[in-house]
Design a protein around this ligand. Structure first.
Ligand code: HEC
Ligand code: HEC
Ligand code: HEC
Ligand code: HEC
Ligand code: HEC
Ligand code: HEC
Ligand code: HEC
Ligand code: HEC
Ligand code: HEC
Length: 323
C-alpha cells in the first residue's frame, strides 16, 4: 500500500519527470539550473510548500550541522552556488520544499524541531521512486553509466540508489573501491562464499574488483556485465587468450565458462571440474605412442589448450595444442 504521502507523489511524478529529464540534461551541460520552482514542486508533489533555501533550513536547527558539513565538502555540495554552472544542489533538492517544516518549528523538550513530516518521506517511497529523486539530475546524459539504470536488474528488483550511496554518512558519496565487495556481499552472500574458495579471482586481495566485470547501475548485457559476451569480459584482461589462432580449440573457447567459473572454484585454475574429468566431458583419454599407460594429465602435454599459432610437435597430428 502506498501511503497518503507517496500516492499523489507518484502520480504527479511519473507524468512530470518523464517529460522533464531531457530538459534538465541540456541545461546541466550548458547553464546553471535555477530550479523552475513551480515545476519542481509539481515533481515532488508539494504544491502547498515553498523552497526556503539552506540558510532558512539550517539556521535554526543545529542538529543537522554535521550533515551540512559533510554535504558542503561533497562534490554535490560544491554546486551550492549558481555560478558553478551546474544544477543547484541543496537540502531541498532531495527533501522537497521546506517552508511548511520551518513554519512548524516547535520546542520539544528544549530542542528546536521542525515539522519534518512535511518533507518527502524518502525512506518510505517505493524504491523506483527513490531512484527518480536522484535521476532528476543524474540523467543518463549527465552521468553516463546510468543510461541503463531503468532497465537494469537492480532497478527492476527494487534496489535503489540509497541502498548503495549513503548521502549523509560522510563527504564522499561514491563507494570507495576497497568497500565495494563488502557492499555487494551485504545482499549477495553466496558470492562472498565463492570468493572464499581455494582458487578465486583476487577480489579479496584487492587486485580485481567486482566493478571490473559488472556495472551495478545496469548494462545492456546479461548479469550486468560490462561487455557483451563473457569472453570479452575475460579477454579485457587476459588478452593473450583472445585469438583468433591458427589452431583453435574448435569454438569451445568462445565461452570461457566451458572450462572456467568466473568467481571462485574448489579446483585449480578456476576450472569447472578437476582434470582430467574436465576433458573427459568431451574427449576420451588415449595412449601415447611408445607407452602402454593411458595418458591422464592432459595439459602436461596439451599445454596450449586455449589455442596456438604453431602446429604441434607431433609429426602425425598438427593442431593438438602441444608445445
Ligand atoms: C542528494 C539528496 C540529498 C540531499 C541533497 C540531502 N539529503 Fe538528507 N537525506 C537524503 C536521503 C536519501 C535520506 C534518507 C536516509 C538514507 O537512506 O540515507 C536523507 C535523510 C535525511 C535526514 C534524516 C536522517 C535520519 O537519520 O533519518 C535528515 C535530518 C536530512 N537528510 C537532512 C538533510 C540536510 C540538512 C541536508 C542539507 C545539508 C540534506 N539532508 C541534503 C538525501 C539527501
Ligand atoms: C539537484 C541535482 C542533484 C540531485 C537531486 C542529486 N544529485 Fe548527485 N550530484 C549532482 C551534481 C551536480 C554532482 C557533481 C557533478 C557530477 O559528479 O556529476 C553530483 C555528484 C554525485 C555523485 C558523485 C560524487 C563524486 O564524488 O564524484 C554521486 C555518487 C551522487 N551525486 C549521488 C546522488 C544520489 C544517490 C542522489 C539521490 C539521493 C543524488 N546524487 C541526487 C546533482 C544532484
Ligand atoms: C548496487 C549498488 C549501487 C546502486 C544501486 C547505485 N550505485 Fe551508484 N555507484 C555504485 C558504486 C560501487 C560506485 C563506484 C564506482 C564508480 O565510481 O564508478 C558508484 C558510482 C556512482 C557515481 C559516480 C560515477 C562516476 O562516474 O564518477 C554516481 C554519480 C552514482 N553512482 C549515482 C547513482 C545513482 C543516481 C543511483 C540510482 C539511480 C545509483 N548510483 C545506484 C554502486 C551503486
Ligand atoms: C540492497 C541489495 C543489493 C546490493 C547492495 C547489491 N545487489 Fe546486486 N542484486 C540485488 C537483487 C535483489 C538482485 C536481483 C535478484 C538476484 O538476481 O539476486 C541483484 C542482481 C544482481 C546481478 C544480476 C544477477 C542476475 O541474475 O542477472 C548482479 C551481477 C549483481 N546484482 C551484482 C551486484 C554488485 C556487483 C553489487 C555491488 C556493487 C551488488 N550487486 C549490490 C540486490 C543487491
Ligand atoms: C572477473 C570478472 C568478474 C568479477 C571480478 C566478478 N564477477 Fe560476478 N560474474 C562474472 C560473470 C562472467 C558472471 C556471469 C556468468 C557466470 O559465471 O555464470 C557473473 C555473475 C555474477 C552474479 C550472478 C550470479 C548468478 O548466480 O547468476 C552476481 C550476483 C555477481 N556476479 C556478483 C559479483 C560480485 C558481488 C562481485 C565482487 C565481489 C563479482 N561478481 C565479481 C564475472 C565477474
Ligand atoms: C580485471 C582483470 C581481469 C578480468 C576481467 C578477468 N581476469 Fe582472470 N585473472 C585476473 C588476475 C589479476 C588473476 C590473478 C593472476 C595471478 O595471480 O597472477 C587472474 C587469474 C585467472 C585465472 C587463473 C586462476 C588461478 O588460480 O590459477 C583464470 C583461469 C582466469 N583468471 C580466468 C578468467 C576468466 C574466465 C575471466 C572472465 C570471466 C577472467 N579471468 C577475467 C584478472 C582478470
Ligand atoms: C577447454 C577448456 C578451456 C577453455 C574453454 C578455456 N580454458 Fe583457460 N584454462 C584451461 C585449463 C585446463 C587451464 C589450466 C592449465 C594448466 O594448469 O596447465 C587454464 C588456465 C587458464 C588461465 C591461467 C593460466 C594461463 O594460461 O594463463 C587463464 C588466465 C585462462 N585459462 C583464461 C581463459 C580464458 C580467458 C578463456 C576464454 C577465452 C579460457 N581460459 C577458456 C582450460 C580452458
Ligand atoms: C566442452 C567440450 C570440450 C572440452 C571440455 C574440452 N574439449 Fe577439446 N575439443 C572439443 C572440440 C569440440 C574439439 C574439436 C573437435 C574435434 O576435433 O574433436 C576439441 C579439440 C581438441 C583437441 C584437438 C583434436 C584434434 O583432433 O585436432 C585436443 C588435443 C583437445 N581438444 C584436448 C582437450 C583437452 C586436453 C581438454 C581438457 C583440458 C579439452 N580438450 C576439453 C571440445 C572440448
Ligand atoms: C604424454 C602426453 C599426452 C598426454 C598426457 C595427453 N595427450 Fe592427448 N595427445 C598427445 C599427442 C602427442 C597427440 C597426437 C597424436 C599422437 O601422436 O598420438 C595427442 C592427441 C590428442 C587428441 C587428438 C587425437 C585423437 O585421439 O582424437 C585428443 C582429443 C587428445 N590428445 C586429448 C587428450 C586428453 C583428453 C588427455 C587427458 C585425458 C590427453 N590427450 C593427454 C599427447 C598427450
Amino acid at each position: 500500500m502506498l501511503s497518503m504521502r507517496t500516492g499523489p507523489f507518484l502520480v504527479v511524478f511519473a507524468a512530470a519527470v518523464f517529460a522533464t529529464v531531457t530538459g534538465c540534461v541540456s541545461m546541466m551541460a550548458s547553464k546553471p539550473i535555477i530550479p523552475v520552482k513551480e515545476y519542481e514542486k509539481l515533481i515532488v508533489g508539494r504544491l502547498d510548500a515553498d523552497y526556503v533555501g539552506d540558510q532558512a533550513c539550517l539556521a535554526k536547527c543545529h542538529a543537522h550541522d554535521q550533515y551540512k558539513k559533510y554535504f558542503e565538502a561533497s562534490t554535490m555540495g560544491a554546486q551550492l552556488s549558481a555560478e558553478s554552472g551546474l544544477p543547484l544542489v541543496n537540502c531541498e533538492s532531495c527533501h522537497g520544499p521546506g517552508s511548511l517544516a520551518i513554519k512548524g518549528i516547535k520546542d520539544v523538550d528544549g530542542v528546536q524541531t521542525c515539522d519534518y513530516e512535511t518533507f518527502i518521506d524518502l525512506d518510505g517511497l517505493p524504491k523506483q521512486a527513490q531512484a527518480l529523486i536522484c535521476m532528476k539530475c543524474h540523467s543518463s546524459n549527465a552521468t553516463f553509466n546510468l543510461h541503463n539504470w531503468n532497465s537494469g536488474v537492480h532497478n527492476m528488483s527494487g534496489v535503489s540508489c540509497f541502498d548503495c550511496h549513503k548521502v549523509h554518512k560522510g563527504a564522499d558519496l561514491k563507494v570507495h573501491p576497497k568497500d565495494v565487495a563488502q557492499l555487494c556481499y551485504s545482499c549477495h552472500q553466496y558470492i562472498k562464499a565463492e570468493f572464499a574458495l581455494p582458487t578465486h579471482h583476487p577480489v579479496p586481495e584487492q587486485r580485481v574488483n567486482c566493478l571490473d566485470c559488472h556495472d551495478p547501475h545496469g548494462t545492456a548485457n546479461e548479469k550486468q556485465l560490462r561487455e557483451a559476451t563473457v569472453k570479452e569480459v575475460c579477454t579485457a584482461c587476459h588478452a593473450e587468450k583472445e585469438g583468433p589462432f591458427a589452431y583453435e580449440h574448435a569454438d569451445v573457447t568462445e565461452d570461457c565458462r566451458n572450462c572456467h567459473v568466473s568467481h571462485g572454484s574448489v579446483n585449480d585454475g578456476l576450472l569447472t571440474s578437476k582434470m582430467p574429468y574436465l576433458c573427459y566431458q568431451c574427449h576420451e583419454s588415449h595412449r601415447v605412442t611408445g607407452s602402454t599407460d593411458r595418458a591422464t594429465r592432459c595439459t602436461d602435454c596439451h599445454t596450449e589448450i586455449h589455442g596456438t599459432d604453431s602446429p604441434s610437435n607431433s609429426a602425425t597430428r598438427p593442431g593438438v595444442f602441444l608445445k
